[in-house]
Design a binder for this molecule. Structure first.
Ligand SMILES: Cc1ncc(COP(=O)(O)OP(=O)(O)O)c(N)n1
Ligand SMILES: Cc1ncsc1CCOP(=O)(O)O
Length: 424
């Protein structure tokens, strides 16, 4: 497992004490919670003897590996080494970070509890992969300007009657709560949105990029890609009006962005190839929502990419977590290019949120785009698809400005839910 890609959004810390677990079976609770959307699990057991702890950790590892999420062990580095799980979480009174690192090697995850700025700085300097910052309470007066990477919970999941439903609920809330972070990152960095897109949408896509806060360049000549890829932006490959020559340019540009580690958004539009990652196919799809969710998850698993299937209900999956978004307006389907320019929007989000969560970035792009459409559609000056387009650009821009000044009331309209997908 590549530890730089670990998602800390919903972090389950287990507890086997009867007061919290009750009479339930811990492994089943963890399995249900992971199925619901938990993205990382820590086995925390202060009471069991070593042999029992190793046995339990092995059972938990079997579950977490099946779902592709990491398992850490709290405090007991020897148990983590013996079962070969993804890492440990240590506190200030536990084994020293350096010693744990020696035992675990460079590739394992080591999280450290920090209860003061000094402890946090020391842990970062030593090389901790993440910090556990103790109990966090929101206050009604102080909304943080920057949210955390995720929340670690014990009883909200372990004591829940339905851990899978509780995990789905938390996942949707945590992902939605990070949307402003993504939009602010776009506003702060003005990322390059390098579009190799179709003939129909060039101008519209450039304007959407500007409205969401990105810097567009419509550059179809791949010789430019290597230089552009170094600028920290993202590439949009839209195959709407592709030609044999265009295809060669697409491949060369993708290679340049891959070499530079830059994100690529691929939109095959209504391409007639056999690939299933097709927006065109999807939007007229007769598949049910569970089928589309399973499809997105399986394509994401096999490609390693975050997959977005748009439609009345959008599906987003990173192969582990799958979400649905039910925002938008029918005008989006009555204006050409609105699917393509969603790709441009997503490029801005993934570029600005590079190194963080592409799943969260994708959800942010979808939510912003579709709530802008909802707001535009109810404006007095909008009388149909023609007047919708300028109003839509205005609303994209307004959402960006509101978010930057800390006004995120609009996010209350986000309809994001986690979807449970059966394992194949
Ligand atoms: C994610 C996470 N954050 C903090 C803690 C607390 O760890 P620690 O300070 O070692 O205390 P105990 O959990 O051992 O009582 C944690 N476990 N996980
Ligand atoms: C009409 C058309 N023809 C080739 S690409 C294109 C634009 C499609 O745009 P969208 O699918 O985003 O509406």
């Amino acid at each position: 497992m590549d530890k730089s890609k670990v998602d800390y959004s919903v972090y389950l810390v287990t507890d086997s004490t009867p007061a919290i677990l009750g009479t339930k079976d811990l492994v089943r609770v963890v399995e249900a919670a992971v199925r619901g959307g938990v993205s990382i699990v820590q086995y925390r057991d202060k009471h069991s003897d070593r042999q029992t702890a190793v046995q339990t950790a092995r059972k938990l590892l079997e579950v977490t590996r099946r779902f592709g999420v990491p398992l850490l062990v709290n405090d007991r580095v020897d148990v983590a080494v013996e079962v070969g799980c993804e890492g440990v979480h240590i506190g200030q009174d536990d084994m020293a970070y350096e010693e744990a690192r020696k035992l675990l090697g460079p590739d394992k995850i080591i999280g450290v509890t920090a209860s003061s700025v000094d402890e946090a700085l020391a842990a970062c300097k030593a090389g901790a992969d993440y910090l556990g910052l103790g109990t966090v309470y929101a206050t009604p007066t102080a909304a943080p300007q920057k949210s955390l990477d995720g929340i670690a919970v014990v009883s909200a999941l372990v004591a829940a009657d339905d851990p899978a439903a509780a995990a789905r609920d938390l996942l949707a809330k945590v992902v939605t709560g990070r949307v402003p972070d993504v939009l602010r990152a776009v506003a702060e960095t003005t990322p390059l949105s390098h579009n190799m897109t179709n003939l129909v949408v060039q101008n519209f896509a450039a304007n959407v990029a500007l409205a969401v806060g990105a810097s567009p360049i419509m550059a179809n000549y791949a010789e430019e890609a290597a230089d552009l890829a170094k600028l920290g932006g993202a590439l949009v490959i839209n195959m709407g009006t592709v030609t044999p020559d265009g295809l060669k340019n697409h491949i060369q540009a993708i290679q340049a962005y891959n070499a530079a580690g830059g994100p690529v958004v691929l939109d095959p539009v209504g391409n007639t190839s056999s690939s299933i990652v097709q927006r065109g196919v999807d939007s007229s799809s007769t598949l049910s929502i569970p089928q589309r969710a399973a499809l997105a998850k399986s394509v994401s698993r096999s490609t390693g990419a975050v997959v977005v299937l748009t439609g009345k209900t959008d599906i987003v999956s990173d192969g582990v977590r799958t979400l649905r978004i039910d925002n938008g307006h029918e005008y989006l389907g009555r204006v050409t290019g609105t699917g393509c320019t969603l790709g441009t929007t997503l490029s801005a989000m993934v570029a600005a949120f590079r190194g963080k969560s592409p799943l969260v970035a994708a959800v942010a792009g979808l939510v912003m785009y579709e709530i802008a459409a909802e707001r535009a559609s109810v404006r007095d000056d909008v009388r149909g698809p023609g007047t919708f387009v300028p109003a839509f650009l205005d609303e994209l821009s307004a959402l960006r400005e509101e978010t930057v000044r800390g006004d995120v009331k609009w996010l209350a309209g986000a309809k994001v839910e986690a979807v449970e997908v059966e394992e194949e």
